[in-house]
Design a protein around this ligand. Structure first.
Ligand SMILES: NC(=O)c1ccc[n+]([C@@H]2O[C@H](COP(=O)([O-])OP(=O)(O)OC[C@H]3O[C@@H](n4cnc5c(N)ncnc54)[C@H](OP(=O)(O)O)[C@@H]3O)[C@@H](O)[C@H]2O)c1
Length: 384
């Protein structure tokens, strides 16, 4: 296992960190799974095996597995494992209604996790509105108080919005770390590589989430595999995806959700020799070609900036475009059709669009939203 220094904190963390959002699940009688029902003995075995083989950074959050991820970690980290790792969890900012909720939620998390301090305490999934809400409620003073009391060691945040918002948040406080989504497809999405470098320029360590796009990059289609196989040294798509990330010296930890022991062992192997600057220019060029191949399958150039929202008729435009794009890029048609069906039952599908055109006027990408929604609806409702 390779380790990277968190210079300002005087600590070092394993470059590979275990994300506890996709833990192994129990199977119901009909073979289905329920995200709240973790296979606890297997999850404990995986986490402890990871720690015994050098992982010392573990990430969870209040809401993962319906709250059971934190509870599971409380058990997995007993028997002396807690003190061997840096534990990160997150404040569910969307559940905060009053100042007292900051304390209430943290206390609940400490109980679940069976610990009296959190190493990295992150404001979860900040975007402009949630950031402004908790900032105006006094979160920064509260974080200072919790650091003084010792319940929190290092305050940070995880992020899902556009780059300017990321820079604004970075500049607003003495953050000890940040967590961003980054992978070979999302170089310019949200904070992106520019955000990674911006944080680095301020001495703020960056922890990476969704390095495999939630696992989608592992299941490469034959055309993508053909491209990867053009490399002189053969590697799996998973290894390429991780390598591209740990090539950046600004990357401090790469989190990956682990669903099986095989995945953990594979990732431990991949991170054995993970060095910054390891990618040759030919390899970087290959990644560009793979990305271009993925991009060629994109149906609509939506960046999920949400400028089109709120739709007066309640259509979840960026979510629909995201499902449509992913179904085209990753080809798992049934999974995406099911997701779309669920969205239509719970919210409003593309067919609820009344063509008022407000979204088209607002879209910075000049997308013909009305027409594209019709196409998305047709593609996702039935087999093309
Ligand atoms: N703060 C936030 O807003 C936020 C958002 C997202 C994630 N996170 C955190 O970041 C962590 C990492 O994100 P992520 O879980 O999305 O990471 P990821 O690496 O993009 O996806 C993890 C999935 O990739 C697959 N995988 C992992 N290693 C593999 C291997 N060696 N071979 C084949 N497949 C492999 C598994 O999926 P299958 O088993 O399905 O194949 C696994 O569940 C999360 O677990 C969570 O802790 C935070």
């Amino acid at each position: 296992m390779q380790y990277r220094k968190f210079e300002a904190l005087g600590i070092e963390c394993s470059l590979f960190g275990i994300g506890s959002m996709r833990l192994p699940l129990l199977k119901n009688a009909d073979g289905s799974t329920d995200s709240e029902k973790i296979d606890e003995p297997e999850a404990v075995r995986i986490i402890r095996y990871g720690i015994d083989h050098g992982v010392n950074y573990i990430d969870t959050a209040y809401g993962y597995h319906g709250g059971n991820s934190e509870r599971l970690l409380g058990k997995a980290l007993a028997d002396g494992y807690r003190k061997r790792i840096r534990l990160a969890t997150k404040l569910p900012v969307w559940l905060v209604k009053t100042y007292e909720d900051f304390d209430r939620l943290l206390e609940e998390q400490l109980t679940r996790l069976n610990t009296d301090y959190i190493d990295f305490y992150l404001l979860h999934a900040l975007h402009r509105e949630s950031w402004e809400k908790v900032r105006d409620m006094g979160i920064l003073d509260w974080l200072d108080r919790k650091v003084s009391s010792g319940q929190i060691r290092y305050p940070g945040f995880s992020f899902h919005d556009q780059l300017p918002v990321f820079k604004e948040i970075i500049d607003s406080y003495d953050w000890k770390m940040c967590q961003i989504q980054l992978n070979i497809l999302d170089e310019t999405l949200q904070a992106g590589v520019e955000g990674l470098r911006y944080a680095g320029s301020k001495g703020i360590p960056a922890v990476i989430m969704e390095p495999l796009r939630g696992g989608k990059l592992a299941a490469a289609s034959p055309d993508i595999l053909d491209l990867w196989n053009q490399a002189e040294e053969k590697r799996s798509p998973v290894e390429w995806a991780f390598r591209w990330l740990y090539n950046f010296p600004e990357v401090s930890v790469i989190l990956s959700g682990i669903s099986t022991m095989e995945q953990l062992k594979d990732n431990l192997r991949i991170f054995e020799h993970a060095q910054p600057g390891c990618m040759s220019s030919r390899e970087l060029d290959l990644v560009k070609r793979v990305k271009a191949q993925y991009d060629s399958k994109v149906k609509v150039g939506c960046t999920a900036c949400e400028y089109c929202l709120p739709c007066p008729n309640g259509v979840s435009i960026p979510v629909i475009f995201g499902i449509w794009n992913d179904s085209s890029i990753f080809g798992m048609r049934e999974e995406y059709q099911n997701r779309y069906r669920k969205l239509i039952t719970e919210e409003k599908g593309a067919s609820s669009c009344v063509a008022c055109g407000i979204c088209e006027a607002a879209c910075p990408q000049h997308i013909q939203v009305i027409e594209k929604l019709k196409q998305a609806d047709a593609a996702l409702r039935c087999d093309p």
